[in-house]
Design a protein around this ligand. Sequence first.
Ligand SMILES: Nc1ncnc2c1ncn2[C@@H]1O[C@H](COP(=O)(O)OP(=O)(O)OP(=O)(O)O)[C@@H](O)[C@H]1O
Ligand SMILES: O=P(O)(O)OC[C@H]1O[C@H](OP(=O)(O)OP(=O)(O)O)[C@H](O)[C@@H]1O
Ligand SMILES: O=C(O)c1cccnc1
Ligand SMILES: [Mg+2]
Length: 553
Amino acid sequence: MPEDYKCRNTLVDSLLTDLYQITMAYAYWKNGCAHKHSVFEAFFRKNPFKGEFTIFAGLDEVMRFISDFKFTKEQLDFLKTLLPHAEDEFFEYLSTVSGKDLSIYAIDEGTIVFPRLPLIRVEGPLAVAQLVETTILNLINFPSLITTNAARLRLAAGADKTLLEFGLRRAQGPDGACSASKYSYLGGFDATSNVQVAKLDGIKCSGTHAHSFILAYSCVDELKTRKMKPKVKLSEEKLPSPSSSLGSPCKEDEVDFVDLVFSMREKLGFEHTNTSELVAFIAYAQAFPDGFLALVDTYNTLTSGVPNYLCVACALSFLGYQPIGVRLDSGDLAYLSKASRALIDNIADKFDFPKLRLSKIVASNDISEEVLHSLNGQGHAIDVFGIGTKLVTCSGQPALGCVYKLVEIEGKPRIKLSQVRSKMTLPCSKQVYRLCGKKGTAVLDLMGVEDKEFPKVGGQTLCIHPTDETRRVYVCPTEIVKLVSPYWIKGEFVKKMPTLAELKSYVASNIKLIREDHKRPLNPTPYKVSVSVELHGIIRDLWIQESPVSTLE
Ligand SMILES: Nc1ncnc2c1ncn2[C@@H]1O[C@H](COP(=O)(O)OP(=O)(O)OP(=O)(O)O)[C@@H](O)[C@H]1O
Ligand SMILES: O=P(O)(O)OC[C@H]1O[C@H](OP(=O)(O)OP(=O)(O)O)[C@H](O)[C@@H]1O
Ligand SMILES: O=C(O)c1cccnc1
Ligand SMILES: [Mg+2]
């Protein structure tokens, strides 16, 4: 790995943790069990957004953290102030621990995952493996949540739509915003408005303009120049009306663009639009003749914004430029998008500007997964969705509940019981086998004891529900994918970390592996996650061994 393979966020280091990790480490050390070989696993219990799938993300950040994990003298001096009674030898011990003491096994980032699967397995001395809990959870919870949210929005919008992430201004602080931009891209967005993340992660950056830009203009005199250079050679006969001119005095290779737009307005019959809005559009077109996209809802979308767009767009087309389109940011987006499309196409045909038909319709304004489904139901003509608040704040579910539990110590499996049976933890170092069926889609995920059990293609495999042994199925897999693999063994990377672009295309292909009914927005079918016969036996024995039997009096 390159030298600079470190956490990008300077807040992420060994102190980005909960105090109880340090207090537990001290107690382990004092009791002489800090060195005990232990195995922890990170998993979640419930899919977010009332869905039945999750996309696992954040592993790259975890590996950056683990591979650089250590305590500096300055950090240890601070910890001494929090634990003033702790023995000095403990801090000497902490100064010797590092990520090299650990081994990390994980499911690949970008994989579609389900409740109870071990996403990350950490093996190593008890105290060290305990110390990394909080940071690991922090580094996977929000990324997985955002990636899943973005993937759900992609499924709702459809593969042919462009999705822009607009959330920076509404996100939970700078770090929440930058994580949201990065992981929205991973989950299926095409571009972000966040310039910082575009630079840091090499993501496509995209943007239009705000209402303030429209409000900043009142009359034509405010325009510094009236000129524009045509992209193609013009002929006087093609002018919009016999009374219009290409403007003078102008340099030979420039035309009076303002005159041209106003002549177009007359020709198209749009004299009653808001003139200050038209001036703002002219100003924007002068700055971006090849990137003209107009925000059309400031005064009235259909009687002013779209007609004004058309005046400028026809003038640009006349000069050989290709206008981009309009953005709708309020009102009934289904109706307004269809009406705008009709207006644009009608002018394109009537006045022979065929390329105007390529104008895109962008929509924004509090768009959510539900709004997308509703728009699909009504029919709409939106090509591009700009989505901010509902994406980056994950308002449908603000947190993913990944937890980190001890599953084995000194070779002995461990279990945490709960009054609610479904909440007990699953012991042992586990492997996950994704069993695929005849149709090529995944049928079920089977958890088994690592290195001990190997289901076979074509063989009949008994799969048991993790917490209800009465629910069992046989599966004859046509393909088996082993999901957990080693990434880092005691200080050495044993697997290459993929780039963000590689991860993005992996997400897009992996999500196709599960059946449509698991992905539908309303009442999706739960995907089956089960345990092997051997693992089930261990769970049952441990349950009986650890569960106290109460006495009735
Ligand atoms: N046709 C539609 N079907 C379902 N939801 C829609 C439709 N059109 C817009 N929406 C959604 O309805 C909500 C409308 O919110 P809001 O009342 O703030 O918008 P508005 O009417 O444009 O008001 P404002 O002009 O104050 O922005 C948004 O979440 C928007 O995405
Ligand atoms: O609605 P979201 O999904 O969060 O998308 C981002 C919103 O941010 C902008 O509005 P804002 O009112 O901040 O500025 P504007 O003047 O550009 O509309 C934009 O117009 C969107 O409405
Ligand atoms: O570029 C845009 O249109 C944009 C960017 C951020 C938020 N709202 C809109
Ligand atoms: Mg808005």
